[in-house]
Design a binder for this molecule. Structure first.
Ligand code: ADP
Ligand code: ADP
Length: 220
């Protein structure tokens, strides 16, 4: 029933406490949003959840697994979106899709995704020549090639124009309706209220409010 459980997570960078006793739960099939300004600790939280960073205190379970003990199993079941700057520029859209498919031994699945994301027309374009919206869509697509049960999306619409943002939102809703559990971070209130079943607002690594979008809006 639970896709993710975080209990009492504490992460220090020297004398900075980036995440301070954070606890949260995400139910399977839901969209969960971690909202906060730059520096609030959102990326650090994702990195700890996925076992990419060590942490001082806390217990984390993702899809019943611990990223520290069952890393390989976990990475087969969760998708992670990397910031689009992570991808090499001198590569074409279809090439990076082929590359990542080969890593997961899912040779053809990306073709259907490219169609679903309306990126077929860009298949032969260089990643560097895509618009911001197309590049964000591509980075989400790449996180889905392995057909994960859950995805982690870090600030996926930052820098997008309103039209591109709504396209990305619509796509996420569709994926969620097919059963995908989504954990996303954002610094836009309107984004998390439009998309998420549950929202957690963090500031300086501390959770200051959490609940459904309705509860959050009524309280603020
Ligand atoms: P967000 O994703 O919400 O913007 P981050 O998790 O990136 O926040 O950062 C939280 C805080 O931790 C910020 O003050 C940031 O400067 C600091 N921080 C992040 N990564 C490091 C690091 N590798 N070393 C030291 N401080 C870091
Ligand atoms: P985001 O806001 O998406 O987390 P940042 O620009 O904060 O991205 O961080 C980019 C990289 O720089 C990350 O690897 C992070 O760990 C590192 N970083 C961020 N803040 C600091 C800091 N104060 N000292 C050292 N490294 C940092």
């Amino acid at each position: 029933k639970k896709a993710l459980e975080v209990k009492g997570l504490v992460k220090q960078y020297k004398d900075l406490t980036a995440v301070d006793h954070l606890s949260l739960e995400v139910e399977k099939g839901k969209i969960y949003g971690l909202l906060g300004p730059n520096g609030a600790g959102k990326s650090t939280t994702i990195d700890c959840i996925l076992g990419m960073k060590n942490y001082e205190e806390g217990e984390i379970t993702v899809l019943g697994l611990s990223a520290n003990k069952d890393r390989k199993k976990l990475y087969q079941r969760v998708g992670v979106q990397f910031q689009s700057s992570f991808y090499p520029e001198r590569i074409k859209v279809y090439e990076i899709c082929e590359m990542i498919s080969a890593l997961y031994k899912k040779p053809d699945d990306w073709r259907g995704l490219l169609r679903a994301f309306d990126l077929e027309k860009c298949a032969k374009h260089y990643v560097a020549s895509l618009s911001g919206g197309e590049r964000q869509k591509l980075s989400v697509l790449l996180a889905l090639i392995q057909n994960p049960e859950m995805v982690f999306l870090d600030e996926l619409t930052t820098g997008l124009d309103p039209k591109a943002r709504r396209e990305v939102w619509a796509m996420l809703k569709q994926l969620n309706q097919k059963g995908l559990t989504i954990f996303l971070t954002s610094h836009y209130m309107d984004e998390v209220t439009a998309l998420c079943d549950k929202v957690n607002i963090i500031h300086h690594g501390i959770s200051v409010a959490s609940g459904t979008p309705e509860e959050i809006i009524l309280r603020s």
